[in-house]
Design a binder for this molecule. Structure first.
Ligand SMILES: [Zn+2]
Length: 255
């Protein structure tokens, strides 16, 4: 069985001590990874991980938390990174929950990255928290794009809206959290080929590992839960989501 974790941050300091061992285990277990940049530095680190591991791919982008740093110079630098081997733009989007950058600057950086993605023909990795109305409005105004709403934890209505926008849902650890019945209902109803698996490692560990560091190998726990919800075997679910990820990011991982 092979699994594709479409959202992880293996360059983060939580992996400083044992990054090589974690990567070796992922290779042995046939877990492919899209490593997602959150700023210019982690975008460059993601590219380096991808360059040295044939089952790791890189997304380069600036997280809404850092939107205030998205100057014209930063935008040029990001485009340079994207042109050197990235398979997606992101993560980008809106976070009105923590509000670490002013909202108008978040919207500006979000729009700019959607336009870069369009220009380069790349899919986008989208982050949305407590900003749903503005998020959907910006996506509609900027026009069709391909990509994934990462760490989706909404209900059926929001899932339908994402599918209608032509986007995928990134499903991770929150699927296993006791309070998320609406999310579990939502993932039963969307077309299977619009669902991607993810971990958001080192964050959002699935049950029963909450409170621990997450890693892409734990994507299996998400796959098992989703397979049960969809009435499939985990092998079928793993293969279907593997193919969807390969198609969206135009990659074929080698182990
Ligand atoms: Zn992330």
């Amino acid at each position: 069985m092979r699994l594709f974790d479409t959202h992880a941050h293996l360059d983060f300091p939580q992996f400083r001590e044992d990054r090589a061992a974690v990567l070796q285990r992922l290779r042995d277990e046939h877990v492919a990874v899209l490593n997602v940049g959150a700023d210019l530095r982690s975008s460059a680190a993601s590219l380096e991980l991808a360059r040295t591991h044939p089952f790791v791919f890189a997304a380069c982008g600036v997280h809404p938390h850092d939107a205030k740093l998205f100057t014209p110079d930063a935008e040029r630098e990001l485009e340079g990174l994207l042109r050197s081997g990235a398979v997606a733009v992101g993560e980008c989007g809106l976070d009105f929950y923590r509000d670490l950058s002013p909202r108008d600057l978040q919207v500006r950086a979000f729009r700019a990255q959607l336009r870069i993605a369009r220009r380069l023909g790349l899919p986008v990795i989208l982050h949305e928290r407590a900003a749903w109305g503005t998020f959907v409005q910006v996506l509609k105004e900027e026009g069709p794009c391909r990509g994934v709403v990462h760490a989706f934890s909404g209900d059926e209505a929001r899932a339908r809206e994402i599918v209608a926008l032509g986007l995928h849902l990134g499903i991770g650890g929150p699927l296993t959290y006791p309070q998320n019945d609406a999310l579990r209902q939502a993932v039963r109803t969307v077309p299977l080929d619009r669902i991607l698996l993810e971990t958001d490692s080192p964050y959002l560990p699935p049950e029963p590992l909450r409170g621990k560091r997450n890693d892409p190998g734990k994507v299996r726990l998400v796959a098992e839960r989703l397979a049960t919800l969809r009435g499939m075997t985990v092998a079928e679910l793993a293969e279907a989501t593997w193919e969807s990820a390969g198609r969206l990011f135009a990659v074929s991982p080698q182990f």
